[in-house]
Ligand binder design. Structure first.
Ligand code: UD1
Ligand code: MG
Length: 465
């Protein structure tokens, strides 16, 4: 028994009016197609994604997700060519589904992101099931026609429906579980003799329902809502945001202003985390117990230990922040930043590929790139690791309990030994041994009375000429 998921994603997405394929448009930072794939249960025989428009971009995204371990099962791609309808999309999958030894298919749409993992698991376990919704304004959705006992009798697209059929409020959600051999046979008999001149999957499902009983289950409409326009995208994001925030509130997380706070589906928050207004957290993020995330902060693909305080307007990307550290305000932690416990990164400090050991501090106006900084070291205001010579990047290694005076430039590659002290305003180009005092400054000169002499020359217009 091998159930394979088929995800329909070849459509153009005309109403999005975008260069980006519709299924790559994000909801809380994750593209619609990724939501769909992540909801699939483990243990499927595979997933087949049907693509055509924007195929290259979608394939590139799939590769990234695969490498990041985000896909629950192997994914194969089928190019539909010119999309001739949802039934045609399944027809072009026949060789791939046969190759996978498919006995049952679960069919989902790539632009329906909020179907819960529980609903998709239930679908994948069903013999023959159609997910439907009851809508007060059923609009252009296909109408579900049922037998007295609830079994599926037929499916009629709105454009082909009679006035009487249009009155039906129960609509096709576009998610199905069906036995593959029977569906395969039904697909062979499809025609495009309908209002849209398309090969409808719904016709194949209706034909199959004459052979075997197909159950109809009604879901929460939010779970089956599709993203066809920017308006839909906003509505879906609001629904997802509400669902995610409610979950974290029940787990002991505080939101000072939920309406302005965005938390993605792959974010994990521990209890007593407090999110101030305007915080956006997306991608794969873990935030430890008792962290406070300041107003306007953006965090992606990062982990924070316990009790971290991120002050307002900080950006944290691909970084690790150790327990009890303080970051910001206005700090920027870039990829490869690794802060141990109790590290302080203050205002207007940028870090990249920077490993700071326990208790190290860089509190003001500093760039730390391609560097390792030892325990207890203090980096003064305005220090810069000059890591780039125009061609290559070089490393700066700083030992423990070093004091780097303000406005120092460390010209990499350079190594500073434990306990060294660097005088303010230095340009350090040579390695500094442990415990040494070093400084490099032009000697200061003093000319008594020189200021008034200069001013009088300025008045006569001869200064510095
Ligand atoms: C379809 C159903 C309709 C249902 C609705 C639910 C059919 C004929 N109709 O209508 O009963 O109420 O979904 O949302 O199936 N796609 C392809 N290749 C194609 C055509 C479409 O991959 O040739 C993909 C689209 O990218 C999309 C999905 O299939 O992800 C649904 O296609 P769409 O054109 O939106 O179908 P609807 O008209 O909405
Ligand atoms: Mg649609």
């Amino acid at each position: 028994m091998s159930t394979v998921a088929v995800i329909l994603a070849a459509g153009l997405g005309t109403r999005m009016k975008s260069r980006l394929p519709k299924v790559l448009h994000p909801i809380l930072g994750d593209p619609s197609l990724l939501w769909v794939l992540r909801a699939l249960p483990a243990g499927l025989g595979g997933a087949v994604v049907v693509l055509h428009h924007g195929k290259q971009q979608v394939v590139a995204a799939l590769e990234t997700w695969q490498q990041a371990g985000l896909l629950p099962c192997p994914v194969s791609i089928v190019d539909q060519g010119e999309p001739l309808g949802t039934g045609h999309a399944l027809q072009v999958c026949i060789p791939e589904l046969d190759r996978l030894g498919t006995t049952r298919v679960a069919i989902l749409c790539g632009d329906v992101p909020l179907t819960s993992a529980a609903t998709v698991s239930h679908l994948c376990e069903a013999e023959a099931l159609l997910l439907a919704m009851d809508l007060s304004s059923p609009g252009t959705y296909g109408r579900v026609i049922q037998h007295q006992d609830g079994r599926l009798m037929g499916l009629v697209e709105a454009k082909d429906a009679t006035a009487e059929q249009l009155e039906v409020r129960r609509v096709n959600g576009g998610a199905y579980a069906l036995p593959w051999p029977a569906l395969r046979r039904a697909l062979m008999g499809l025609t495009n003799h309908n209002a849209q001149k398309e090969y409808y999957l719904t016709d194949a499902v209706a034909a199959l329902a004459q052979e075997i009983p197909v159950t109809v289950e009604v879901c929460d409409p939010e779970e089956l809502a599709g993203m066809n326009s920017r308006q839909d995208q906003v509505a879906l994001q609001a629904a997802a945001q509400h669902r995610i925030q409610q979950h974290w509130m029940t787990e002991g997380v505080s939101f000072l202003h939920p309406d302005s706070t965005l938390v993605g589906p792959r974010v994990i928050l521990q209890r007593d985390v407090l999110l101030e207004p305007g915080v956006r957290i997306e991608g794969s993020v873990q935030i430890g117990e008792g962290c406070r995330i300041g107003q306007g902060t953006v965090i992606s693909d990062s982990s924070l230990g316990e009790g971290v305080e991120v002050r307002p307007y900080s950006i944290i990307e691909h970084a690790r922040v150790g327990t009890g550290s303080k970051v910001g305000p206005f700090a920027r932690l870039r990829e490869g930043t690794d802060l141990a416990e109790g590290v302080h990164i203050g205002n207007f400090v940028e870090t990249k590929k920077a490993k700071l050991h326990r208790g190290a501090k860089a509190n003001h106006l500093t760039y730390l790139g391609d560097t390792e900084i030892g325990e207890g070291t203090n980096i003064g205001a305005g220090v810069i690791t000059c890591n780039y010579d125009g061609l290559n990047k070089h490393r700066t290694t700083i030992g423990r309990n070093v004091f780097v005076g303000s406005d120092t430039q460390l010209v990499a590659p350079v190594v500073i030994g434990d306990g060294a002290l660097i005088g303010a305003g230095s340009t350090i180009t040579m390695d500094v041994p442990a415990d040494a005092l070093t400084l490099s400054r032009a000697p200061q000169t003093i000319r008594e009375g020189g200021a008034s002499r200069l001013r009088s020359r300025q008045k006569k217009g001869t200064a510095l000429s």
